[in-house]
Ligand binder design. Structure first.
Ligand SMILES: [Zn+2]
Length: 239
């Protein structure tokens, strides 16, 4: 089963903002978490964007269509002039009954896990809902304009909870058991990627271990990697 996660906004389009934090960065963070959790749950995952880049709505939908995704999940944060506006809402396309079912299952999980105000499931002809050929939803996760909710949206723990609930809703849609994933696993993976980058970098530079062998590129910070890093550090200090 293939899920397309769509991090709202990006690039020149910041979306809403609070205290210098942009919606585009929050949505990408949630998508990164959701992808990680969904992969662990056996889904094949696609992301309309993986970095801070501008995308038009049409391209987001076409990307999901091109990759033959089974469902499309677009993530946004809300904002309003009145800071009392609050809660979570999930949108689907008016004539899509499958989209509506998906929106209900995700909304239910989000409300259950966060206890935020339930604004309900709504219908709209947003282009990402309209141009996608698979069941599609657009989730507005709380209001950046509401101080209490903004505080939550700036917390990684909260965003992890949101991502988990979204994937749980997707599992329910496919009548598939959800397996909980703890946040530390994700951070572990990030660390491994950094170590892996260093190993590749050292190998490219030809900085090998005492026996003259290149490092294994496995992302594990073992004794050999540490000693080569130390060697590299000494080389830098000499220059
Ligand atoms: Zn938005």
């Amino acid at each position: 089963m293939r899920i397309c996660f769509d991090a709202g906004h990006g690039g020149k389009d910041n979306g809403a903002s609070v205290n210098g934090v942009y919606e585009k960065d929050i949505t990408l963070k949630i998508c990164n978490y959701a992808r990680f959790i969904a992969k662990k749950n056996g889904f094949q995952c696609f992301m309309t964007r993986e970095k801070d880049e501008s995308l038009v709505h049409m391209d987001r939908a076409l990307y999901a269509n091109r990759n033959d995704c089974d469902i499309f999940v677009s993530i946004h944060c809300n904002s309003f002039v009145n800071e009392l506006a609050r809660g979570i809402e999930t949108w689907s396309y008016p004539s899509s009954t499958k989209g509506e079912k998906l929106s209900q299952l995700i909304q239910k999980e989000l409300i259950r896990s966060t206890s935020l105000f339930n604004r309900g499931c709504k219908k709209a002809r947003f282009s990402v809902l309209n141009k996608t050929v698979m069941p599609a939803v657009l989730i507005e996760i709380g209001f950046l304009s509401n101080p209490q909710e903004a505080k939550l949206l700036l917390s990684s723990e909260f965003l992890w909870e949101i991502a988990s609930s979204i994937v749980r809703g997707c599992c329910n849609y496919f009548e598939k058991e959800f397996e909980e994933v703890v946040a530390t696993e994700f951070l572990g993976e990030e660390e491994r990627n950094i170590v892996l980058e260093f190993q590749k970098f050292l190998n490219v530079l030809g900085i090998y271990d005492e026996s003259g062998y290149p490092l294994r590129e496995d992302g594990i910070l073992g004794q050999r990697t540490i000693s080569v890093l130390q060697k590299f550090e000494k080389m830098l200090l000499k220059e």
